[in-house]
Ligand binder design. Sequence first.
Ligand SMILES: NC(=O)c1ccc[n+]([C@@H]2O[C@H](COP(=O)([O-])OP(=O)(O)OC[C@H]3O[C@@H](n4cnc5c(N)ncnc54)[C@H](OP(=O)(O)O)[C@@H]3O)[C@@H](O)[C@H]2O)c1
Length: 248
Amino acid sequence: MFETLGRSARILLLGGTSEIGLAILAALRAPAGTQVLLAGRDEQRLTAAGKGLRFEVTPLVFDAADPGSHRAVIEQAFAAGPVDLVIAATGVLIPQERIDADPDLAAQMIDTNFTSHVTTLLDAAGRMRAQRHGTIIVLSSIAAIRPRKANYVYGAAKAGLDAFARGLTDALEGSGVRVLLVRPGFVIGRMTRGMTAAPMSSTPAQVGAAVAGALERETTELWVPAGLAAAAAMLRMVPRPLWRKMRR
Ligand SMILES: NC(=O)c1ccc[n+]([C@@H]2O[C@H](COP(=O)([O-])OP(=O)(O)OC[C@H]3O[C@@H](n4cnc5c(N)ncnc54)[C@H](OP(=O)(O)O)[C@@H]3O)[C@@H](O)[C@H]2O)c1
């Protein structure tokens, strides 16, 4: 996807320390000289995260929970030139029982996993539309498919994000801007540390490789692993009384 640019590529990773986001960057077939903006809360950790990449990295301060600041962040990202790829990887997984005890945490989860993607991506999509090119990668989840009582606030935020990404895809048709909606299952890593891996789990590197491959094709929606699409269709059909009994 970068061959036709005729100049070095510019990429913005929202959630600049995300294991999946960094694995996507590592797997990308982007040329040397590519510039990457890592956007996140802590400049030192962003700089450290960028050390493992073979690109030129610049940290960009970004707090997903502060929507009033998002226009300035996107403005800054596009100020030095066109952005060819935005990877929206910001996210947080707070256990449901902690949310039950403190609904303010639910707001944090929805702001981070849903609202921040809407505010940043609407702005980025508008700028890409003006450039007449660009790609946006959205990290949804199998959790978006059907709310489970074990994590229904996370599931609700992901369902909102998934719906937003599908709407954005349709709204951008014919503009030259593409959305790739990615739905991983359980990914073994920092976000799921301490949890027992679910069936059809993957690693950040596997998600990265699958996303990099999909970018070279016309794909608009990607399940990781691919077999999860059929599993999701079956999960949708489980009768509600049975679904309710699921512990996780
Ligand atoms: N891991 C899974 O099983 C899984 C499965 C399906 C989908 N996903 C989705 O994939 C995406 C990436 O997940 P991951 O596994 O790479 O998780 P991760 O390594 O924990 O990355 C999450 C990223 O979000 C950032 N973040 C959290 N709150 C923020 C805030 N208020 N402002 C700015 N940045 C904030 C984190 O930054 P800090 O370093 O500052 O905390 C980190 O960069 C998420 O959207 C996640 O929901 C994950």
